[in-house]
Design a protein around this ligand. Structure first.
Ligand SMILES: Nc1nc2c(ncn2[C@@H]2O[C@H](COP(=O)(O)OP(=O)(O)OP(=O)(O)O)[C@@H](O)[C@H]2O)c(=O)[nH]1
Ligand SMILES: [Mg+2]
Length: 413
């Protein structure tokens, strides 16, 4: 069930550099990064701000191509599958999926065909009626050449024929926002569909490697691995034979074969690594890892906040102590002013008094309030305050304000 309201979700897929982000930007007015170099640009799934068309709120989902320059097909499939599964778990279905194809491409070679095959497995046959194959870059070809390629793409089983038979549509895009909106409108009145990979990962709890798209990719990677191993074996045998001849004339050939062997080995490693990624962990594992990472971050933030709180508390205590000390000094200065002449006598009379004779059974100390953080200093300060009290007979009591604020009996009083 899609959430109430007029929310519409549309996925945008296709090869790297096909023009997915450009399409999303044109349609939604967003500014997703566009690639102008040879390397892939979008490397994560990105979402456009909602755009209003015919009373609906349309959100476009931009995706990286399976043939990304830096990530393997297994990584891209996992990324897209995780995103779609989470969306579906949150109660959202896609109203449609756009697959972008450059009409300017001279060939639809192995990589392009594999891209589309994975796309089809990811969507499943039922969702094909909600798929639009968008051809772009019409400005790069003559109308005749473009139209001829379009016919070939639509009529050949190796390309789009089967998808079109299952209900997909092929629409031209002229790189304007009007054309992008026209394509989006095609989805607005249809019912949203669950994609095959969403059903498999969420409802059937399959790891990505066990989904139709995952299995297809696994088979392809296994085929690549077998092929690379055979080729490596052949090159090695050839190399050994040449080296056995110890013939200088073959030196150049030996070097070429060594380079070829290195290339094959690195291709083999890549395919093995992609296969490992595909099978490495289930989505549940990945969600757990993400959760653990988030929790670690939250913990770090909580610790920092606690540290800040502690420092602030220390500062508050120091300020309080300084304020009390200054009140103490003020009171002392006032009392000194009141009896300047008799002060020396007062010292001796005070020194002579024992706690019991003074009538105070338990004179309050107070140093910990003056300075909790530096008890020795505090004691010294209070001690210095205690040596200059005014004589009892002429002592005018300090204002009660001092007593109330300090919260402890002032030794001067
Ligand atoms: N002539 C023409 N150029 C286009 C069109 N659409 C995109 N481009 C150009 O194609 C290049 C790649 O476009 P992107 O939108 O980055 O392609 P992408 O599919 O998002 O690429 P990745 O993020 O790498 O997967 C950019 O230089 C765009 O300006 C189009 O319809 N016509
Ligand atoms: Mg992009």
């Amino acid at each position: 069930m899609n959430p109430p309201g007029n929310s519409v979700l549309i996925g945008v897929m296709g090869a790297t550099g096909a023009g997915k982000s450009t399409f999303v930007n044109l349609a939604s007015g967003s500014s997703l990064r566009i690639g102008y170099g040879l390397e892939s640009c979008t490397s994560e799934v990105e979402v456009s701000p909602p755009l209003a068309i015919d009373g609906k709120n349309v959100t476009l989902i931009d995706t990286p191509g399976f043939d990304d320059t830096n990530k393997s097909e297994a990584e891209i499939l996992t990324l897209i599958a995780d995103f779609l599964a989470t969306t579906y778990e949150n109660g959202r279905k896609l109203h449609g999926v756009i697959f972008i194809h450059r009409i300017s491409d001279h060939r639809m070679g192995g990589v392009a065909r594999k891209n589309f095959r994975l796309f089809r497995k990811l969507c499943g046959d039922d969702a094909m009626r909600n798929v639009v194959i968008v051809t772009n870059m019409w400005g790069e070809v003559t109308e005749d050449i473009g139209a001829s390629r379009e016919r070939e793409l639509a009529g050949n089983e190796l390309f789009f024929k089967n998808a079109l038979e299952k209900g997909a549509e092929m629409i031209r895009h002229d790189n304007t926002s009007k054309s992008a909106h026209r394509i989006i409108k095609r989805f607005l009145n249809g019912a949203p569909e669950v994609l095959s990979i969403q059903r498999e990962v969420v409802d059937e709890r399959k790891p990505v490697a066990e989904t139709a798209a995952g299995k297809d990719l696994h088979a392809d990677l296994e085929e690549q691995i077998t092929k690379h191993r055979q080729e490596i074996q052949e090159v090695r045998s050839e190399l050994e034979a040449l080296m056995a001849q110890k013939d200088q004339a073959h030196q150049e050939e030996i070097e070429e074969l060594s380079v070829a062997l290195g290339d094959l080995k690195s291709q083999l490693t890549k395919a093995q690594e992609a296969n490992r990624v595909l099978h490495e962990e289930t989505r549940a594992d990945r969600v757990e890892v993400e959760k653990a990472k988030r929790m670690a971050q939250e913990l770090q933030v909580a610790e920092r906040e606690e540290e800040l709180r502690r420092v602030e508390e220390q500062r508050r205590q120091q300020l309080k102590s300084a304020e009390q000390l200054s009140l103490l000094r003020g009171a002392l200065a006032k009392s000194e002013k009141a009896v300047p002449a008799q002060a020396p006598q007062a010292i001796s009379s005070r020194e002579d008094r024992s706690p019991s004779s003074s009538g105070r059974s338990n004179p309050e100390p107070g140093p910990e309030v003056v300075s909790r953080n530096n008890p020795s200093k505090a004691t010294a300060k209070v001690a210095s305050a205690t040596v200059t009290p005014p004589p009892r007979q002429s002592f005018a009591p300090p204002p009660p304000r001092v007593e109330r604020r300090s919260g402890w009996s002032c030794v001067i009083c």
